[in-house]
Each structure stands twice: as C-alpha cells, then as structure tokens.
Design a protein. Structure first.
Lengths: 136, 86
C-alpha cells in the first residue's frame, strides 16, 4: 500500500489496491511535474528518498487519517529518480464509504506527505539545479 | 580520573545535507551518552553550511527523534533537511 517506485506511480493500480465492496467513494490525488517554477523553466526533477523511513511515515499518515475520518483504505506511491514535465510523481488513493471522508483524508495525506515524508526534490534548469525548499 | 568513552556513529545525510557533508554514510565520533542535539551541534560546527538550511531534523532508526533522545553506535542516524516530496 505504501511504496517508493523507480517508475511513475499508476493511478489505476492504486485505485484497484483500495477498492472494495465496503467503499462507495475513491479519491485520487495525482501529483505531476510542472514545467516551470516562479517563471523559471524546469527541465526535469530528481527525487531522492530515505525509502524505508518514507514507507513508515506514509503508513503513519494513513493510520492518522483513519483515526480522524471514516475511511477504509489508503495507498500512497511516490517516484524516486528522474521525472520530466507532465510525469506523475505521486499518487494517493483513499477509499471510504462516503465521499466527504475520502476527500478530507486525501487532502490530509498529501499535506502531511509534503511536510514529513523523507523525500527530496531537486529542480533541474537549463543552467543549474536547486534542492527545493532547502533554504529560507 | 576516568577518561570519557567515545562511540562511532553511523550517519546517513540526505538531499542537500549529503551534498554539504560530502559522503554517505558518514562516521562521527561523540562521547558515550550523547544525544541528538549534541550530534546536531557537532555537525553544524564541522559543516557550517548546515546552519543555512531552513530546518534540519534527525531520524534514529527510521523515526523522527527529538533533541533529547540518546544515540548509540548501534543506531542508524539520518540527517533530514527540509523535505520536498509530492
């Protein structure tokens, strides 16, 4: 349910992972690569992760979401390595009996992932590269 | 007088922290009984560029640790600069 992949996460595969007869709603968050940041053209992104801990933090986020909203299953897959504009780099799938809980838990999961899952993104430009958010 | 015992810590720096420290894993020697905060203080003295980061966290055995947690030579210690997944 929680994975760091060398290839682009597949929304269809995550949908199948969380679907089941007890759920009436599945919410997907799909994070993709934007071709610019603050007007500067982005050629590619390079993702690095602390894989074993990243998977544990993803599982903790899912447990916290389940304790806050009535959701049945949560799956999170994130890419490691290089990604090009338009590529999918993260997919979160949340299945619940009803849509309100699925929407809320899905937003919570991506917000928490960005805050605490040990994954780092380097933006590559024509003329340089920057670790995103490293400096104030 | 008893001489303080030292321990070798195995430290894994990630992202920009690895670029700053230059090697991974990295070995750091601290006195027995040292805590996470002691480790951070030492690293910031040895690698002043770390002080310029927006934040720096430490994980011990794959879980976030606060400054008061003790570390030993058996632990896997990770240096976690600001994360930016998603």
């Amino acid at each position: 349910m929680f994975a760091i992949l060398q290839s682009n996460p597949d929304p269809g595969a995550l949908t199948r992972l969380v679907s089941g007869p007890d759920s009436g709603a599945i919410d997907l968050f799909i994070g993709t690569v934007r071709n610019q940041t603050g007007g500067r053209a982005v050629v590619a992104l390079e993702f690095e992760s602390y894989g074993p801990m990243a998977k544990k933090e993803m599982a903790k986020i899912a447990e916290e979401a389940k304790s806050r909203w009535p959701v049945n299953k949560i799956a999170i897959h994130h890419l490691e390595g290089r990604a090009l504009p338009g590529d999918t780099v993260v997919v979160i799938a949340v299945a619940a009996a009803h849509r309100a809980a699925a929407f809320e838990a899905c937003r919570f999961a991506i917000d928490q992932l960005k805050e605490r899952v040990p994954i780092w993104k380097k933006e590559l430009y024509e003329d340089g590269e920057v670790w995103v958010a490293a400096h104030p | 007088m008893i001489k303080n015992q030292h321990m070798q810590l195995r430290v894994l720096p990630f992202g920009i922290a690895r670029d700053i420290i230059g090697t991974s894993p990295f070995t750091l020697e601290l006195e027995e009984g040292a805590r996470v905060q002691d480790l951070l203080d030492r690293l910031k003295v040895q690698f002043p560029e770390l002080k310029k980061l927006r934040s720096i966290a430490v994980a011990v055995n794959e879980a976030y640790a606060d400054g008061s947690q003790a570390v030993t030579g058996e632990d896997e210690i990770a240096i976690i600069p600001p994360v930016s997944g998603g």
